[in-house]
Design a binder for this molecule. Sequence first.
Ligand code: ATP
Ligand code: MG
Length: 451
Amino acid sequence: MEANFPICPPEEILEIIRRLESAGFEAWCVGGCVRDSLLGKTPYDWDVTTSALPQETKSCFPEERLLEVGALHGTITLLPPKGRPVEITTFRREGTYTDGRHPDQVIFSTHLEDDLSRRDFTVNAMAYHPSRGLVDLFGGQEDLQLGLLRCVGNPARRFSEDALRILRCLRFSATLGLQVEKSTAQALWEKKKLLLGLSPQRVREELTKLLCGNKAPDILRNYGEIFFTLLPELAPMATCAQETPYHCYNVWEHTLHALEHILPASDLRWAALLHDVGKPSKKIYSPDGVAHFYGHPPESGKLARAILTRLRFSNREIQWIGNLVDHHEDSLPMTDKALRKLLGTWGERFVFRLFQLMEADMSAKAPGVFERRMPDVEESRRRARAILERGDCLHVRDLALHGQDLKGLGIAPGPAMGQLLNRLFDAVQDGLVPNEKEALTQLVRQWEKTS
Ligand code: ATP
Ligand code: MG
């Protein structure tokens, strides 16, 4: 991998470094920004590491807006008038860990070397200074060139200290396309049980970043058992053959191919990962020996919701992803009626996301399935767009007849009126009556007469 692109910190970072230095401290860019720059990628943010203690850092920026929540751990966050917040962290040395997730105490240091040694991977343990250049004590640049992800120090010890590093390792491998170096990979397997001690929030964040990586399918394929430690519900997929003409892979391999064909957005990637998680428990055979998985979408939706709840996703995300999973096998092409129902209940964005999931699912089936079924997805998309363009009635509030009009027909406000509106809405959605005031009024009169 080419890894000698120039490192060009933006002006506000150079100014922060100058400011700390003119007060007599050392200051460097460090971590992800150095790594990404060397790879020729635009860093997401620029972290600064300094010999100044948090209080000293503060005094260097008397006019700036600062956040001090991380000060105990050494971090002062500077909030520039525009652009991203910048974390300025005091050099730290690795303390002892007794719980596999937090250092027992934070030890500040005056040496850059200490700070670099506590960092997780060689490619993340480089510092850069605009005039002093690159400090690379552990061969990070060479590892980038070799395309390798390697722990700083003894991998098993580093993973025992903080088990999140196991997931970070797989995440960086998935996002940067680095191979995990042999002894680091071995320690991943050895220490995988420690993942169970991590907080669900941290697991969620790392898994989400990992799933959005280009190489996520490869990483899940090569390290399946490590993920199954955290997500045991997924394990049966790996041994579930599909045994139908529509599929050429087992459920897990099919899932990985679906993941490969879907955009790297968090909701879609999670939905792709979980869309068939309910299949193994629903497998049955017909007399001809063909396997069937009737009812697997709601079963997958149920398991998906349980997993997402355990990982502390927000309720909105749980429902959103759960609903994508529930509907991934809806019959195609969708009828206008089914589409209006989905559009009214879950919204436009949801429906178009669902089409993406369906497409990815089809791309991961037996050869020819995609070509055969794709026109039905296209047709459904076209119908959904037409419904939106026509402004079809999607909600009770879109009815051409309102509560006020019903009052005029002598119907008293209250639950009965609500029921009547819902009944009218169903009739319009089912195409039994046009959404026009006159027609709806007549229908109400007719219902009143026959009731
Ligand atoms: P990105 O921001 O692109 O996700 P990053 O490398 O900047 O990647 P951060 O989580 O922002 O990752 O962490 C910044 C740096 O802090 C890392 O590059 C690494 O040097 C160090 N670091 C972060 N978390 C750990 C950890 N759990 N153990 C050791 N070092 C860590
Ligand atoms: Mg970062």
